[in-house]
Design a protein. Sequence first.
Length: 277
Amino acid sequence: MPTSRGNLAVGVVNGTLFAVGGNIGNNTFSTVEAYDHFTNSWITKASMPTARGNLAAGVANNILIAVGGCDVPFCQSPLNTVEAYNPSTDTWTTKTPMPTARENLAIGVVNGMLYAVGGDNGVGTVMNTVEAYDPSTDNWTTKAPMPTARGSLAAGVINGILYAIGGYNGNYLNTVESYDPATNVWSTKASMSVPRYALAANVIGGRLLAVGGGNSDGFLNTAEAYDPVSNSWHNKASMSTGRQSLAAGVAGRRLYAVGGYNDSYVNTVEAFDPRRQ
C-alpha cells in the first residue's frame, strides 16, 4: 500500500479494494487508496472529507460508507461522522451522523443496512451499542444492544447473520456473539481459540476469517476461521507479518490483510487463498 498506516478501514466495490483513513500515532489521514488485484497495483483516489483513524466502513449498493472514528490527538473525542464514497464518480458525500459518537467500532452489512456495533468513547468506556443505518433513507435506528460491551472488535456477515468477534473491555476477548436483524436478537457462539483485539475479519468461502490483532502475547500473525454450520473455529495459515490495527477485504476470491501496527506502522499487504487450504 502506498501509505503506511494503522486503524484504517477497508471496503470492496466491484472487485476493487479501497483503503480509507487511518493514522500514524496522532496523525490521522483522509487518504484513500484503491487496490486492483488483477494488476497488483494501487492508485490514489479522492480524499475522505474528514481525516480520521479508528473508523469502520461498510459497502451497500456499491457505495462505501465510512463511520465514526476519531480525528484529534490521542483520540479522546470520538466522532459520529458518516461519509459515503461513490467509486464511479470518485466523490464523497456527507450523510446523517451516527447517533452515538464512537471509535474502534465494527460494521456489518445485512440486506443493504449497515449495523454499527460496539466501540469506545476514547477515554476507557466501552460500548454495547448497536445502531443501524439505512442508506436509502439516510436514517439511523437503535437496535438491541450487544451482550458484551467492547471496543476494537471485528465483524462479518454470513447468510444474513452478523458475527461480532474479539475485542477489548479491560480484558482481551475471544468472545463471539451473533445478531439476527430479522428478530433483533443476539446469541452467544463458540469462542475463538485465542483472545485478540484490534484484529481484522471478513467472510470468504462461507467462513468468517479472523486475522492478526494483539493480546498479552504481543502482535499476532495467526488466522482462524469460523464455520457457522458446526459453530466451531479452525486454525488457518498464519500471516507472514504479525500485526494489529489492520483491515481486511475480500476481492477476487482472496482475503487481503492491509496495513496495521507492530511497533511501527506498516504498509504490508498479504493475501489468503482458502482454495489452497
